[in-house]
Design a protein. Sequence first.
Length: 96
Amino acid sequence: MPFKHRAALERHFIGHGEDFAVKTADEYERLAEAFMRGPLRDGARECFKRTGELVRFDPRTAEFGVLSQDGIVYTFMIARPSSDQTPLQYFLSNCQ
């Protein structure tokens, strides 16, 4: 299981699942796993935090995720622009 436990998966699915047009937490988890553990997509970017977590961002889709050193998905979502950051700036701020 890419998420630490079922409760974490359910919590993230409730918060982000509809952004991916999926109907179940298991579908959401498969997308998260493919994005975070699969090969880096063409045009996507990644970095490693000082603490070792992998951060990925696809500027075409605004998909954003964080993977622990142990292979646990911390988050998978669509990065939305805010009043002070674009999705790319959000990714870059998570790489510091």
